[in-house]
Write a protein that binds this ligand. Sequence first.
Ligand code: NAD
Length: 291
Amino acid sequence: MQLIDGKSLSKKVQDAVKSDIEILKAEQGMVPGLAVVIVGDDPASHAYVGMKEKACKNVGVYSIAHKMPDTITQDEIIEIITMMNNNPHIHGILVQLPLPPHIDTTKILEVINPRKDVDGFHAYNVGRMVSNLESFVACTPLGVMKMFEEYNIELEGKDVVVVGASNIVGKPMASLLLNANATVTVTHIYTKDLKAHTSKADIVIVGVGVPNLIKEEMIKEGAIVIDIGINRLEDGRLVGDVDFDAVSKKCSYITPVPGGVGPMTIGMLLQNTLISAQAFAKEKQQLNEGN
Ligand code: NAD
């Protein structure tokens, strides 16, 4: 079994982003900017935002976090996003999910300028991704695809089962795999016999939020297992959705939790923010040349 080391792969991505940012700064005088909007006081969400802010600082992305109480109205959030849409120093806008129940998440996400939608959640980008067109892609599934690429894991013709079908994890994951010519099965809470699907798969990708959901007998010998789940146990330990100790003995590749997909998500966010800034810089240069 080989461990897929998301931590060092993410560092490699972040080092590359850092040097490209230095070039962008030197050649175009531009520093990529990321605005993070966070509503309420959910400790996990604040921890994720803290990690993202730290990573931005490390690679040289300018970041601002709009931290708002959960009494905020939808219109006030829209106002802040509109301000960020119009701010030339901001190239990426991220709304930390979940939002409180009185806020319409889709409405909020669709206010973001799709060109600054570095999380890839805007319906414009989702539609383009499904159609295999250039777009911003959700950072977690994009990070998983980067892992496959770096570890030379071929997807064409492979039987892949995605467990979990959320808009931010399972569905974009399935689309990217389909675009890579894998044969994709998506399973979810209503799937009748999960094991019947996972036990035949060459690759199993799990993003559910249930510790130990995927057990040894559900995995084929030599399969590849990607664990996207993040669960905090009562004793404080962080675990994924896979029974790592048992499953790792049976599979060919596996991602650990922590140190697997989580760090890749942050790496991809920084990469998307850089790509956005580069696109804005190019546009500015073309406008200047035209004048
Ligand atoms: P979600 O609650 O929105 O969706 C969960 C999905 O799992 C749903 O499609 C549901 O139908 C399915 N599901 C629930 N119970 C199931 C079961 N018993 N069998 C099969 N399917 C089941 O969650 P989400 O936002 O997609 O997040 C899923 C997990 O991924 C969470 O643990 C979350 O913390 C983690 N996550 C990790 C990263 C990362 O960077 N590693 C990023 C985002 C989410």
